[in-house]
Design a protein around this ligand. Structure first.
Ligand code: PEP
Ligand code: MG
Length: 551
């Protein structure tokens, strides 16, 4: 038995066998054919047959639409024109892997040129070629592995296209060697409610079939577990399933202290699902997601329609909308400066909006008009705000344009350090722990190599949050949390202990956080916060907070 540490996502635990996701294959070398052409052709023939057979079998297992797609791929692998082309290239002195690559690429180009249905099949052809080359090399085919039985998926990282293919009935948990808590994999795992551990150093040594326990709470992957450890993990899986199916109640601590649980949304279409999972309102509506593909700034009318749809889903409830956060990982063509070398440190968020004040004015106008026509309690906040002067600018403009409640996000450490000055201007502050962590630890939130720094449990981040919490409490103003940290149940308790008054998260995390909050009183939450603040590392802060409750 050994334990591999990583960064746990969510509250889940899972046990089962490992299946690895193979890394993408490099393009075959152009080295000339080495050996007789006939044996090369036989190797290709065997690889083609094995791939066709494999695809047909997987199709039969999958059934439905997937079967039709996989059978069509099996036919491609045996297409006589393609095989002739591969043979001709081998006869011309090309090595077999390269011959398959070139012949399939040529055919792919023809299909892509046809457009329509045939054009869409071009990508499938590329996938078949990768499988054949993998067979020739004797390595696993790239992509998410197929299995008839549930497994724990181990990968370097997942691309968005891989995650779209995940069968949630089969994938018990995800383990990745790259990535931090705000990496694409972690955000997706949280949104889909998949148990995950990211940034696991030893993940590369896990092999297909290894039995492991993935414990997202402890942030560990246990290899070669004992029977009693497996039994304990299974009992926890059952206990959690019961907690997740518990009735949806308002967020509260064990002593009744209310902690409203809100949703992070990127589209009005997600509102109904959030309400169903018990969201008591919206703590972060990311408006930039509505306009990622717009070449020009949206009109007041077009924006207003989206805001009305959102607000109508939450009558009488608080809805916090964020002004466009353009730049860095979310560039908007009409708002973002091109060619910045360090866009995360560039003119993003409020800086870009202030530079294009007409866009900010239109957005605030659209929001005020939508508010006037609906029953929700609209709050509006600005992203990427540095100090009280910028806060005063945004709040002043918002009020001038008819917004009743205006605040700012705490994402830059300077804002937290000046919390008392900021609260003199703002109606509320909402802490974006993703960016606050990125800027406090000077670690790009999208860069896997520094993923271990991107941990909101770090005492430096917690101390900034504590400063915001006490400044907010001293003037009785709201201190929300809307970064991924609020979705980590144990950290959520600590955040309340540090002074957070509301927690906003991806709706899939609401049930876990609700269940965890209910285990502690406000005094216990404060004790846990004090213990975490005194720690020297993220890991020890988490351990210290967890130990308070056990004691
Ligand atoms: C954050 O930075 O924590 C946040 C909530 O904003 P985003 O993730 O959209 O940058
Ligand atoms: Mg942010």
């Amino acid at each position: 038995m050994s334990e591999l540490p990583g960064i746990g996502v969510g509250r889940g635990v899972a046990s089962g066998p490992v299946l690895r996701m193979a890394d993408p294959l490099g393009e075959p070398a152009t080295t000339p054919l080495d050996g007789p052409a006939d044996s090369a052709k036989t190797a290709v023939h065997d690889a083609l047959a094995a791939v066709a057979d494999d695809l047909t079998k997987r199709g039969a297992l999958a059934g439905g639409d997937a079967q039709a797609v996989l059978e069509a791929q099996a036919l491609m692998a045996q297409d006589p024109t393609l095989i002739d082309d591969v043979h001709a290239r081998i006869d011309g002195g090309t090595n077999p892997e390269r011959a398959v690559h070139e012949a399939f690429a040529a055919f792919q180009e023809i299909l892509a040129g046809m457009g329509g249905y045939m054009g869409e099949r071009a990508a499938d052809l590329g996938d078949v070629a990768q499988r054949i080359i993998a067979k020739l090399r004797g390595v696993p085919a790239p992509g998410v592995p197929e299995s008839a039985t549930p497994f724990i998926l181990v990968a370097r990282d997942l691309a968005p296209a891989d995650t779209a293919l995940l069968d949630l009935e089969k994938v018990l948990a995800l383990v990745t060697s790259d990535g931090g808590p705000t990496s694409h994999t972690a955000i997706l795992a949280r949104a889909k409610g998949i148990t995950a551990i990211v940034g696991v150093d030893g993940a590369a040594d896990l092999a297909d079939g290894d039995e492991v326990i993935v414990d997202a709470v402890a942030g560990t992957v246990t290899t070669d577990p004992s029977a009693s450890q497996v039994d304990e993990a299974k009992a926890r899986v059952a206990e959690r399933a019961a907690a997740l199916s518990a009735p949806v109640t308002p967020g509260a601590l064990a002593d009744g202290t209310a902690v409203p649980l809100l949703a992070n949304l990127g589209s009005p279409a997600d509102a109904a699902g959030a309400v169903e999972l018990g969201a008591e309102g919206v703590g972060l509506f990311r408006t930039e997601f509505l306009f990622l593909d717009s070449p020009s700034a949206p009109t007041v009318e077009s924006q207003k329609a989206s805001y009305v749809a959102l607000l109508q889903a939450f009558p009488g409830k608080k809805v916090v909308v964020r002004a466009l956060d353009a730049g860095a990982d979310k560039p908007l063509p009409f708002l973002t400066d091109k060619g910045e070398e360090n866009p995360a440190l560039g003119r993003r968020g409020l800086r870009a909006l202030r530079h294009h004040e007409e866009i900010l004015r239109d957005q605030l106008t659209a929001l005020a008009e939508a508010d006037a026509e609906t029953e929700a309690d609209l709050w509006v906040m600005a992203p990427m705000v540095a100090d009280a002067e910028e806060t005063a600018y945004f709040v002043g403009l918002a009020r001038e344009l008819g917004i009743r409640t205006a605040g700012v996000m705490a994402e830059i450490p300077s804002l937290a350090l000046l919390a008392d000055q900021v609260f003199a201007e703002a109606d509320f502050v909402s802490i974006g722990t993703n960016d606050l962590t990125q800027y406090t630890l000077a670690a790009d939130r999208l860069l896997g190599t520094v993923g271990s720094y991107q941990d909101p449990w770090h005492p430096a981040v917690l101390r900034l949050i504590a400063q915001l919490g006490s400044a907010g409490a001293s003037v009785s103003k709201g201190v929300g949390i809307c970064g991924e940290a609020a979705a980590d149940p144990l950290l959520a308790v600590v955040l309340v202990g540090l002074g957070a008054t509301t927690l906003s998260m991806t709706p899939a995390a609401l049930a876990d956080v609700r269940a965890e909050l209910g285990k502690y009183t406000i005094d216990q939450a404060r004790e846990m916060a004090t213990a975490a603040l005194a720690a020297t590392t993220a890991r020890s802060a988490k351990a210290a907070a967890a130990a308070v409750h056990v004691a």
